[in-house]
Write a protein that binds this ligand. Structure first.
Ligand SMILES: Cc1cc2nc3c(=O)[nH]c(=O)nc-3n(C[C@H](O)[C@H](O)[C@H](O)COP(=O)(O)OP(=O)(O)OC[C@H]3O[C@@H](n4cnc5c(N)ncnc54)[C@H](O)[C@@H]3O)c2cc1C
Length: 400
């Protein structure tokens, strides 16, 4: 599957970073992580830290799948609003999932520090604003629900939004907890750190065959090398849908645009992630070299040719959307790109075992919180491999 257009911003900005060899002999390990994006990196790091003997393989260069295309806003706010999610899956799972994402941001902050990379991790507030006046009532309901469950939120009316964010909108929820990162850099930082503790990473190594036995899993690569693992964790991102017998995610195309660096950004941009109630929503963040990234205008198809052909038009649409919000701001478009994105019905990830894949787990952090869900996946599956039975395995199970 073609996960993204050829020139996502982070890959151009960073280059390939650390290259790893492809697999050139047979290997065995306790846990094989298939897929070396940010999910595989968080998983491999966590398991290696827990003392396990781990191998990671990726059919591309690590981090160059969806991870390189991600705008990497770190939000505890799941695509399905809390008050709606409570109706869909019940209070325990909904509130627990929102809290899990708050905790994931804390974990990512620690990891960014430990790995010592220039991952651009920055704490930010998050502003969820009404696209149309008619959206205000449900936004207010969401605000009250979040407040009732202890999330750190503030309601901003039209006047406050004008004064504090120079924004014309009927109302917004301002959340304290949010952050942004360069997921590609962070993934590389995690690999580099874990490799020093024994992790083995192989780029350009595709798993093409899998055979499950009573004692473990035997896998073959495209180059016919054998990997023997006691357990496998699939961190295969949106491509996992092609492995699974049932449909778990709607794959769509999404678009993003980076401005040229600004000399100086208004403080509200530098300190805040912004997104709105439009469907599909648009979202804005900045980078550590003072650019503004804007994304959205998703399309309900994932055909790579159609997707990439649309980039110039989507660039104009995103630019117009920005200019409508901030007519006085001089946003000069620099890079635009497209990627495959996935949405689940309840906005929640799939984390856990699947009956068709013995001795294996999946870590699939779909949706706008993909990265925070990947942190949860790493914690939950590490616990499960050590004999625990974390509650999230039932929340995020297949067939729910
Ligand atoms: C434009 C865009 C904006 C986004 N914005 C955000 C955001 O603001 N916040 C957020 O949290 N998330 C966001 N996301 C989603 C986020 O990027 C993903 O959740 C995340 O990158 C998924 O990481 P991953 O490691 O699971 O997948 P990937 O990075 O795609 O890694 C999976 C890897 O598995 C490998 N693989 C697959 N099959 C095999 C095989 N058989 N053998 C070996 N290797 C295999 C692939 O090569 C790939 O590298 C966005 C995504 C896009 C495209």
């Amino acid at each position: 599957m073609d996960l993204r257009s050829t020139e996502p911003f982070w890959l151009l900005k960073n280059g390939l970073l650390t290259p790893y060899p492809s697999l050139k002999s047979d290997v065995s390990c306790e846990v094989l992580v298939v897929g070396g994006g940010i999910t595989g990196a968080l998983m491999a790091y966590t398991l290696t830290e827990a003392g396990m003997n781990v191998v990671v393989v990726d059919k591309r260069d690590v981090g160059t799948g969806s991870t390189a295309a991600s705008t990497a806003m770190l939000q505890y706010e799941i695509d399905v609003p809390l008050h709606q999610l409570i109706e869909q899956v019940g209070e325990r799972i909904a509130v627990g999932s929102y809290r899990g994402c708050v905790e994931a941001i804390n974990v990512l902050e620690k990891l960014a520090r430990i790995t010592g990379t220039d991952s651009g991790f920055k704490r930010k507030q998050s502003l969820y604003f009404a696209h149309r006046t008619a959206d205000k009532a449900r936004l207010q309901a969401e605000y009250e629900c979040r407040q009732q469950h202890g999330f750190r939120v503030e309601w901003l009316d039209r006047k406050a939004l004008r004064q504090r964010f120079d924004l014309s909108s009927a109302g917004a929820i301002l959340s304290t907890d949010g952050a942004e990162v360069d997921a590609f850099q962070l993934a590389h930082g995690l690999y580099r750190t874990a490799v020093k503790k024994g992790l083995r990473v192989f780029d350009r190594t595709e798993i093409t065959q899998t055979h499950y036995t009573d004692s473990g899993v035997q896998l073959r690569t495209a180059t016919k090398h054998r990997i023997e693992a006691q357990q496998v964790i699939y961190c295969t991102g949106y491509e996992a849908q092609t492995q699974l017998p049932e449909k778990v995610v709607d794959l769509i195309s999404t678009f993003a645009l980076a401005s040229e660096p600004f000399e100086q950004l208004p403080e509200y941009f530098a300190e805040t992630l912004l997104w709105n109630t439009q469907d599909p929503y648009i979202y804005l963040r900045t980078t550590n070299d003072n650019r503004i990234l804007i994304g959205g205008y998703d399309e309900s198809f994932r055909d790579p040719q159609r997707r990439d052909a649309l980039i110039p038009r989507k660039e104009k649409t995103l630019l117009r959307a920005f200019q409508k919000l901030y007519p006085k701001s001089a946003f000069v478009p620099d890079r635009s790109w497209a990627g495959t994105f996935g949405e689940t019905e309840d906005g929640l990830p799939y984390i856990g075992a699947h009956p068709k894949f013995p001795r294996s787990y999946f870590a699939l952090g779909f949706g706008g919180n993909g990265i925070t869900f990947s942190v949860t996946a790493a914690r939950v599956l590490c616990d499960a491999l050590q004999g625990g039975s974390p509650e999230e395995l039932t929340w995020y199970r297949f067939g729910r």
